[in-house]
Design a protein around this ligand. Structure first.
Ligand SMILES: Nc1nc2c(ncn2[C@@H]2O[C@H](COP(=O)(O)OP(=O)(O)OP(=O)(O)O)[C@@H](O)[C@H]2O)c(=O)[nH]1
Ligand SMILES: [Mg+2]
Length: 479
């Protein structure tokens, strides 16, 4: 059997951010100038976008690995690295994106609906951007962050107004080919259609889409034939059309029992009871077919079905059918809430951007720090560069990580791990004096015993205190 293409696994890798550059401005016969290392470029995102001209996931079946380009590293003379290019992947309307565990990440319906499947890494800052009054000439730059890499599963649930269901060879694809401009494959053997065909029908002022589904047989809902997989395409359609073959040569079949069997399969599959249905008796160009249609028509109408007699080959009854469907589609649309404008699906952030947690992991005897920022800063740090490591310690301290470690009971020399358990950076903790100074006040003094000081004196004291803390911090070599 031809490979199944409306469910594919896709491996996306967003681009890595470019590293920042550490460079010092040089000119002939001039003293060394300031830092002039540029920033690294951002890595490209991998973006899924609904494109209604795309109808299958076949492309992704053939090449399931997709990567966006990396950001370029920064360079001297304040030159920023170029951003990586986003990789835009067109997907059919109705593509559902799931993670490996089957959780729905995005349900992409409507032209232009967008989902960022892989986020590009940030570029690292160059030393020019890291310079400050305190750190006039940083001898380091930040590393670019790796782009997000992940595996997703994409499933297609065709979005059409009308779904044609029926036995193999009932003439579903033939009907689409004569009602619309679509040219699906038609043949006299069962299971000609392996993925749904979509056609656009214009009937008066109503334009609607019609899809066929691979032929169904008894037990389809249990996986017989092409099975249940394809019934998911029906889920998105608002009207169901039973296409019944009035001229089948199989002796054990007739249109009414075919209808009952397909209905039983739909029931088994579930969730389709509320969809309006009509019946199309096809192949009435064959004399026996017309006779049979005449015989059963009343029966079907009694059951409440609106019945259309057609021949896809002789092209009879098609106008009545297409206008009849237009009416039902218009009613179904009127009953549905107005369609939203193009949606952009944004994934919620797992962790609060500014937040972090510190917990003591007794089993491993380590303090664990988790949080978006601390983990990002770790990735950005070149651990071969002492200055870069000092900068990291400074950032962590300013975020309050050191304070929290102290509150959690950490002492100098304790193991601290930042990042996910399987991929953490572990180091022996040396509290920086910045954190210590804030926590404990000036050593050798007790604030409670202090006499009130004039404002100017307080300001001078505070400045001195800060300078002292800064000096201690500057002298201090963490890790
Ligand atoms: N005589 C006659 N033959 C028809 C008519 N409609 C379809 N057929 C023939 O029936 C056979 C099956 O038609 P398809 O349109 O491929 O049937 P299908 O329902 O799409 O079948 P699957 O894709 O296998 O489920 C083809 O040989 C068609 O030419 C019709 O109105 N009259
Ligand atoms: Mg077909």
């Amino acid at each position: 059997m031809t490979t199944f293409v409306d469910r594919v696994e896709l491996h996306v890798a967003a681009g890595n951010g470019g590293h920042g550059c550490a460079s010092v401005h040089r000119e002939k016969f001039k003293p060394l100038g300031g830092p002039d290392g540029g920033n690294g470029g951002r890595g490209g995102d991998v973006i899924l976008v609904v494109d209604q001209s795309v109808t299958t996931l076949l492309d992704y079946h053939h090449s399931p690995h997709r990567k966006a380009t990396n950001g370029a590293p920064g360079a001297g003379d304040n030159r920023s690295g170029k951003d990586g290019q986003d990789l835009v992947l067109p997907v059919p309307d109705g593509t559902v994106v799931l993670d490996k565990d089957g959780n729905v990440l995005a349900d992409l319906v409507g032209q232009g609906t967008t989902f960022i499947a892989g986020q590009g890494g940030r570029g690292g800052l160059g030393n020019a951007a890291l310079a400050s009054a305190r750190r006039k000439a940083p001898g380091f730059a930040l590393l670019g962050e790796p782009g997000e890499a992940r595996d997703v599963v994409m499933e297609l649930k065709t979005v059409a107004d009308v779904a044609l269901v029926g036995y193999p060879s009932a003439g579903k694809s033939s009907l689409i080919s004569v009602l619309s401009a679509a040219k699906p494959k038609i043949a006299d053997y069962p299971f000609t259609t392996l993925v749904p065909n979509l056609g656009v029908v214009t009937a008066g002022s109503t334009v609607y889409t019609i899809a066929d589904v691979p032929g169904l047989i008894p037990g389809a809902s249990q996986g017989k034939g092409l099975g249940l997989e394809f019934l998911r395409h029906v889920e998105r359609c608002s009207v169901l059309v039973h296409v019944l073959d009035t001229a089948t040569l199989e002796s054990d079949r007739d249109p009414v029992s075919d209808l009952d069997i397909i209905e039983a399969e739909l029931k088994q599959y579930g969730g389709l009871d509320d969809r309006p249905r009509i019946v199309v008796l096809n192949k009435i160009d064959i004399p026996d077919g017309q006779d049979l249609a005449d015989m059963i028509r009343g029966d079907l109408e009694e059951r409440g079905y609106q019945v259309f007699e057609v021949s896809a080959v002789a092209r009879t009854g098609l106008k009545e059918l297409s206008f009849g469907l237009a009416k039902i589609v218009a009613e179904a649309r009127a009953a549905k809430p107005v369609e939203e404008a193009t949606r952009i699906v944004i994934r919620p952030k797992a962790v609060d951007d500014a937040g972090f947690t510190v917990i003591y992991d007794e089993a491993a005897e380590v303090y664990r720090v988790r949080g978006e920022k601390p983990e990002r800063w770790i990735r950005q740090t070149d651990f071969n560069n002492d200055e870069a490591v000092g900068y990291l310690a400074d950032r962590l301290s300013r975020l309050g990580v050191e304070d929290q470690l102290m509150k959690a009971g950490a002492r100098a020399g304790d193991a601290v791990a930042i990042g996910p358990e399987e991929n953490a950076v572990v180091f022996d903790w040396e509290p920086t004096m910045m954190a210590g100074a804030e926590m404990l006040g000036r050593r050798g003094e007790d604030h409670r015993l202090e006499a009130p000081r004039p404002a100017a004196q307080r300001r001078r004291d505070r400045d001195a205190e800060r300078d002292e803390a800064q000096q201690e911090y500057d002298d201090f070599k963490p890790f």
